[in-house]
Structure formats: C-alpha cells, structure tokens
Design a protein around this ligand. Structure first.
Ligand code: SF4
Length: 189
C-alpha cells in the first residue's frame, strides 16, 4: 500500500505586522494534527528562504509596499497551486495602505518618507537623512492588495484572523470539503 504524501505549504510575510503568522500559531494543539497532514516548505516559520519544491498551498500575509514584496508574491503564485491571502493587509492593504490616502501632495511618497524619518512629531533624526542604501527594496507608489498583483484563490478575512478560522480553512482545503466560513467567526480585534 502506498502512503499518501503530505501536502506542502509555504507562507510569506509581506507588508504586514507578522500578526497573521502569530495567528497561525493560535491553532494551538491542533497544529500537531495539522503537521501530520502537511510539510512546511518556504516560510518564516521554518526559515527556509526559497522553495525547495512546488507547494500545494501558499499563504500570504501583508500586501505589497515595495518591489521585493511583488517579487516574493509572484514567486509564490508560480510555485503554489492554491494561493491564500491571509488577513486584511493581504486582502486590501490594511494599515500600511493608510499612506495611499496622502494624495494632496505633488510628491506623496516623498511626503510620507519625510513624515516617517524627518518631520514626524516623535522623530529625533539629527542627520535629516532618509535611508537610501541600494540594498533596500524600492518603495512602490502605493500599497497594493495581493489581488492587484497576482490571482488569489481564497481570502481569509480578519485582523488577525482567528486560529479557528485558519485551521478550519486549511483542514477544509486539505480534505476537499472547504465551503467558506461563518460570518461570526471573522474578527478584527
Ligand atoms: Fe497584522 Fe492585521 Fe495586517 Fe495581519 S491583517 S498583518 S494582524 S495588521
């Protein structure tokens, strides 16, 4: 009898706060059952930086605020059969997308950087420099939801989504029985 192979999962954190990854750990003791069904490939949870194999499910936290985010997201789309946007930052930009509202300036990105590094109320930057090391990924003009960059198969709403919703979604997808989740399980606290 041939043993069924485990599903392969990968995760990435783009422009988010890592709270959605912490919510994955809120699955708690059910992680033990889940790990019998899946192997985790590329992920901050494994510290594997590149795909070692094609994955069945990719889970994305955060939207795209810089060119590296776009590169990572496209790499996940290429290497994952199913791609999930986890949390409001991935789904609609979330808190980082608040900078998209700075539209009254001729140079909104510059205004945003000035506020963050020079003029902000609590900033103590005596050099008045804005970091510009070539190793830093270039910022995009706006923060983009994942679905504006690649096709997304499923959204798991919430900030952060509960461990219950994440577990039920993954368990449902792995068993082929995912039918969506109940509205009262979506939380934004
Ligand atoms: Fe953090 Fe909420 Fe964004 Fe998740 S959705 S990365 S918890 S701010």
């Amino acid at each position: 009898m041939t043993e069924q192979r485990k599903a392969r999962i990968a995760t990435a954190s783009l422009a988010g706060c890592f709270g959605c990854h912490m919510a994955i750990l809120d699955i708690d003791e059910r992680l033990i059952e889940l790990m019998k069904l899946v192997d985790v490939d590329r992920s901050p949870l494994t510290d594997i930086k590149r795909f070692t194999r094609r994955c069945d499910i990719g889970i994305i936290e955060g939207g795209c605020c810089n060119e590296e985010n776009v590169h990572v997201l496209r790499d996940f789309r290429r290497n994952c059969d199913v791609l999930i946007a986890l949390g409001q930052c991935a789904i609609m930009g979330g808190l980082p997308a608040m900078r998209n509202a700075i539209m009254h300036s001729d140079a909104p990105l510059r205004e945003c950087l000035d506020e963050a590094y020079i003029t902000g109320r609590y900033i103590r930057n005596t050099t008045h420099n804005i970091p510009n090391d070539p190793a830093l990924p270039l910022l995009l003009d706006e923060v983009y939801p994942c679905s504006e960059v690649v096709e997304i198969d499923y959204n798991i709403p919430g900030c952060a989504p509960s461990g219950d919703v994440i577990y039920e979604t993954l368990a449902g997808l792995l068993s082929g029985k995912f039918r969506g989740f109940e509205r009262d399980k979506i939380r934004f606290d």
